[in-house]
Design a protein around this ligand. Sequence first.
Ligand code: GAL
Length: 416
Amino acid sequence: MLKLSKLAAALALTLAAGAASAGEVEVLHWWTSGGEAKSVGELKKIMQAKGHTWKDFAVAGGGGDNAMTVLKSRVVAGNPPAAAQIKGPAIQEWANEGVLANLDPVAKAEQWDSLLPKVVADVMKYKGNYVAAPVNVHRVNWMWANAAVLKKAGVAAAPKTWDEFFVAAEKVKKAGLIPVAHGGQNWQDFTTFEDVVLGVGGPKFYQDALVRLDPKALNSATMTKVLETFRKIKSYTDPASPGRDWNLATAMVIQEKAAFQFMGDWAKGEFTAAGKVPGKDYICAAAPGTGNAYTFNVDSFAMFKLKDATAQKAQGDLAAAIMGPEFQEVFNLNKGSIPVRLNMKMDKFDDCAKLSSKDFVDTAKTGGLVPSAAHGMAISPAAEGAIKDAVSQFWNNDKISVADGVKNIAKAAATK
Ligand code: GAL
């Protein structure tokens, strides 16, 4: 009897200790589409298996602008979530406010420096300390195509140049289908625009125009060509595109209503969730003219300073889980991206992911690897927002001449 009660007491103690180390993590993200929700669900499962409580803080809106607005109001109110999806140069801005937690204890214990490409590690650090945990590498310069639609329209292969693209788009139109599934939201307009900058001008021009924001490049004849091409693409979209969410545009390609979509490989998450097979049902190809280049978009979570020790422990576990091989594999299989952790086995990944992985490495050597401006990787959020608006105004208003469009974008790029 005595023995039993001793056992019960020991058990109670262990349970109490377990409970004490388990905390709640409130995680802000904008992953609400079918493929995205499945992916984030995997992180939730891992955290729950560690005994933590996952408090989902999902703010709908592709590209994350809504999520960032909500985040700002929560932080200003002194009530930040434990973790938030924050990427690229914005990480530095948040860290500069003094609100982010130092993740070095986890990063050192888990040896992140040796598990990450240096370009990525640098973005995750503020003054030499890790303040964010990277999740994946998305490639933005993809073109998705429905194989059956191409066949019906008599398009033999995915177009490799913009000239080939317009020939293909014309055939699709003649076949009575929608050539380009476009979601008319400013960040999607900007996503297509950066593909055109890269495809028409090449990686060096892209760097000059959208990373260094060089006025000479922004006002050049190449930029005129970019805007002409961009406007021509619009003529192959359907009239219902304004305001459409990106995943609904992907659904049009999945459902054989449209031939192409220009979108990062989170679109593949939708194809995957719909049970579609690359190479058979759909084709992934680099956007025209960008086969030798790679616009990267690394998702990451920054953690906010919290006082409670159990909450801090949960944050550490979340950071470790994000960089762990289990999560890196299962999350990215669903999300359409590739693991950011180096030396991961790719055997479970499809051909699009394998191509992405190969091109990521190859383009890093040739200078073709460039940060996505439309997805918060290249420039300050202020400049990004201003360019995004100018690009979107041009896309939406055919009365703006190409010359004025060039001027407006160059002017927006000067925003500090
Ligand atoms: C990107 C983000 C992706 C995906 C996409 C659509 O900015 O990096 O993970 O979620 O927006 O929402």
